[in-house]
Design a protein around this ligand. Structure first.
Ligand code: IMP
Ligand code: MG
Length: 170
């Protein structure tokens, strides 16, 4: 498969800074718990958290839905759970990509059952092409219509995560 540069790192970082500014202003003096969805989110998560200008706590959840195919299997398995107490806390779920919306929907449902104060969602990429579930993305980095993306944490069968830019596979 060939890969084509879609979003260079400099463009990603500019946008990440804007998102960080917006979240910092919305959550001033509230100390949100940022919940990163492993593993694809790692680089976005680190860049975003370090650009924020307010205190936060960080935690992670791992929801696996993809095998070695480029389409969702439809079942979500939680292989790592949040560890911090989240009851009555403001949560922000940080995702790499929202595609069908299935993963995000399951994560929101799981966290909602523990009575947090609020849940908002921040996603680096909102992929519009295959949305099956209605999900709200409060903070969105980039919207793209279609295509399978790799790099900046995003993988295809565990390959390409290490690339600093985002590419589309052709
Ligand atoms: P969804 O449940 O269909 O919304 O899929 C969400 C998850 O699938 C994301 O968190 C990603 O880990 C993965 N995913 C979806 N689209 C892509 C892509 O284009 N590249 C890499 N991973 C993707
Ligand atoms: Mg993911």
């Amino acid at each position: 498969m060939k890969r084509e540069l879609l979003i260079p790192r400099i463009t990603i970082l500019d946008r990440v800074k804007e998102l960080a500014r917006q979240i910092s202003s919305d959550y001033a003096e509230r100390e949100p718990i940022l919940i990163g969805v492993l593993k694809g989110v790692v680089f976005f998560f680190s860049d975003l958290v370090m650009e924020m200008t307010i205190p936060s706590k960080i935690d992670f959840i791992r929801a696996a839905s993809y095998g070695s195919e480029t389409s969702s299997s439809g079942t979500i398995k939680f292989t790592k759970d949040v560890e911090l107490p989240i009851r009555a806390k403001p949560l922000i779920i940080i995702e790499d990509i929202v595609d069908t919306g299935l993963t995000l929907k399951q994560i929101v449902k799981r966290l909602e059952s523990r009575d947090p104060e609020s849940i908002k969602v921040c996603a680096l990429i909102d992929k519009l092409e295959r949305r099956d579930e209605e999900v709200v993305i409060d903070y969105c980095g980039f919207q793209i219509q279609e295509g399978f993306l790799v790099g900046y944490g995003l993988d295809h069968d565990e390959q390409y995560r290490y690339l600093p830019d985002i590419y589309v596979l052709r």
